[in-house]
Design a protein around this ligand. Structure first.
Ligand code: MSP
Length: 521
């Protein structure tokens, strides 16, 4: 069985997870489910990045020890992933012994082999990002990543000799043009960071102690990014007694990250791996941000939206449909209450829900719920729909294989639209009236066949809806698999349900828009 190792970033437990964090995780879960449907053995890792000054401060403010704070946050995170039915295989926390021990060891080794050396660092430090910047990197004197105030700081630090590996990484980029996705991000990293020459990276701190201590110099704690990035291998048992998973799954097939952390994943992480003599991950995909009408989500603006109330009110499938569709490949997307309600009412109720309902209603009315088999004499229009449908399947697979999830969803919805239009074009009620029963049978067959395909295509991200469609149409199990997408003529002697269940009940737009606005905090 082919293997696939997939990771999300490990999240900072500095605040409750919002829909942005939920997006990365839902995306990963969708990819996992798709890969499984394609016959892969998938290992999906997520977790939490629990060290660092900021976490220490947040805990202190709440009157808790950092450990208490991160324990509570980890519980909250797991609850959210349960609500979202995220099927991860491991949840790593950087405060776990299995991780800390390996990080200590990694730091030691890198020191011993001369990649890490002691020196002094002076620079502009952004506390929330836990990153130093040089004067020239600042934007209007502020942090270039988050736009907040920075502080001039100086401390004795260990440094990682990045320069030593820079040429090797440049060569790797050249030989592996699809290493970083999308290409625009790769070009950015290559031209703005790699080519001008890498600075050595400061990899320890003395200004706080909530972190992994450097074994040979315990007043230093390991810089949070060296600590964090290594989670992808410590979770597989790297340097532990049992490294079966490491042998089986490393290198990762895909690291999913947000665009804000691509630099750490695309430059520092591969270099750390080179220093450890490990193979590099196969691909890193950087997605965009979920934005709000008035910019980034932030508590001070009161525009943060959390997944729980949306899922509780509108269901998991609708929530995932919205966030995955709204985020085009590598681009930012926007969450608005109006947009959410519109997609719910139009895409889900009208387009998909009505298609199913109309189809089942007609089959019951015209043929007592029965669909016999693939018709002998299809009309040109029937054939056109069949061809269109074949084309969509091909396209959706290509999109999913290249992580263009939003495109895959739009393609699927264009099949839904085409099928709805086919009903209008063939006007089954007229065929019935005119007693053209063979033609009418053919139309019903094509409707059911396309609904079957649609149900399978949405399965990786809309499990419940997919199941409901297949159940209401009474599709046999062997025609529910991804592989069965390639067939079009296999349906035989179906009896659809007599009582179709509504997939999505239409929302009262004004009321629900208000409701969602009230969910924002
Ligand atoms: N702890 C680091 C990652 C270490 S990985 C070795 C971190 N954590 S984070 O909690 O700040 O962010 C985690 C992920 O959430 C990042 O990929 C980030 O891009 C993503 N997002 C945070 N806000 C987001 C949106 N509004 N929209 C989409 N993704 C967003 O960085």
């Amino acid at each position: 069985m082919p293997k696939f190792y997939l990771t999300t970033p490990i999240y900072y437990p500095s605040g409750k997870f919002h829909i942005g964090t939920a997006y990365t995780t839902a995306l990963a879960d969708t990819i996992k489910k798709y890969k499984q449907l394609r016959g892969y053995e998938v290992y999906f890792l997520t977790g939490m990045d629990e060290h660092g000054q900021k976490i220490q401060q947040v805990a202190e403010k709440a009157g808790k020890t950092p450990q208490q704070h991160v324990d509570e946050m980890a519980e909250g995170a797991k609850k959210l992933w349960e609500l979202m039915e995220i099927d991860y295989d491991d949840f790593i926390r950087t405060t776990e012994t299995r991780h800390e021990k390996a990080v200590e060891e990694i730091f030691d080794r890198l020191m011993e082999q001369g990649d890490i050396y002691l020196s002094e660092y002076e620079g502009w430090y952004c506390m929330p990002c836990e990153t130093y910047f040089t004067e020239t990197q600042l934007v209007d004197g502020k942090c270039p990543d988050c736009g907040r105030e920075v502080k001039k700081m100086k401390e004795e630090s260990y440094f990682f000799n990045m320069k030593k590996y820079a040429d090797r990484l440049i060569k790797f980029y050249e030989e592996n043009p699809n290493f970083i996705l999308p290409e625009s991000r790769k070009n950015e990293l290559f031209n703005n960071f790699l080519k001008p020459g890498l600075e050595d990276l400061c990899v320890s701190r003395t200004s706080f102690d909530w972190g992994v201590k450097v074994r040979k110099d315990p007043k230093h704690v390991v810089y949070v990014w060296l600590d964090a990035l290594t989670n992808y291998i410590t979770a597989l048992g790297y340097l532990s007694e049992d490294d079966t998973l490491m042998q089986k799954y490393w290198p990762a097939d895909l690291h999913l990250v947000g665009k804000d952390i691509i630099r750490f994943h695309g430059i520092y992480w591969p270099i750390f791996l080179m220093a450890l003599n490990l193979p590099l991950p196969k691909q890193i995909y950087a997605h965009g941000f979920i934005m709000m009408k008035d910019g980034k989500m932030s508590k001070s603006k009161g525009n943060v939206i959390y997944p729980e109330p949306l899922i509780e009110r509108y269901g998991l499938d609708a929530f995932k449909y919205f966030i995955l569709r709204e985020m085009s490949y590598g681009q930012d997307g926007t969450f608005t209450p109006e947009g959410f309600v519109e997609r719910f009412n139009f895409d889900l109720c009208n387009d998909l829900g009505n298609l199913l309902n109309r189809t089942i209603g007609m089959i019951n009315k015209y043929f007592n719920g029965k669909v016999e088999n693939y018709p002998n004499n299809c009309s040109n229009l029937d054939k056109e729909v069949e061809n269109f449908s074949n084309g969509i399947i091909h396209q959706v697979e290509e999109d999913l294989d290249t992580y263009h999830i939003s495109n895959a969803i739009s393609e699927t919805w264009s099949l839904i639209s085409r099928t709805n239009k086919y009903i209008d074009e063939t006007a089954p009620w007229v065929l019935y009236k005119e007693e053209k029963l063979d033609e009418l049978k053919s139309v019903m067959y094509h409707l059911v066949e396309n609904l079957r395909r649609i149900a399978i295509l949405i399965a990786p991200y809309m499990k419940y809806t997919s199941k409901k469609i297949l159940e209401q149409l009474s599709i046999p199990e062997n025609l529910q698999t991804w592989d069965s997408l390639s067939s079009y003529k296999e349906i035989k002697n179906l009896k659809v349900t007599e009582k179709p269940e509504v997939l999505f009940a239409r929302l009262e737009a004004d009321i629900e828009i208000e409701n969602i606005k009230n969910m924002m905090k």
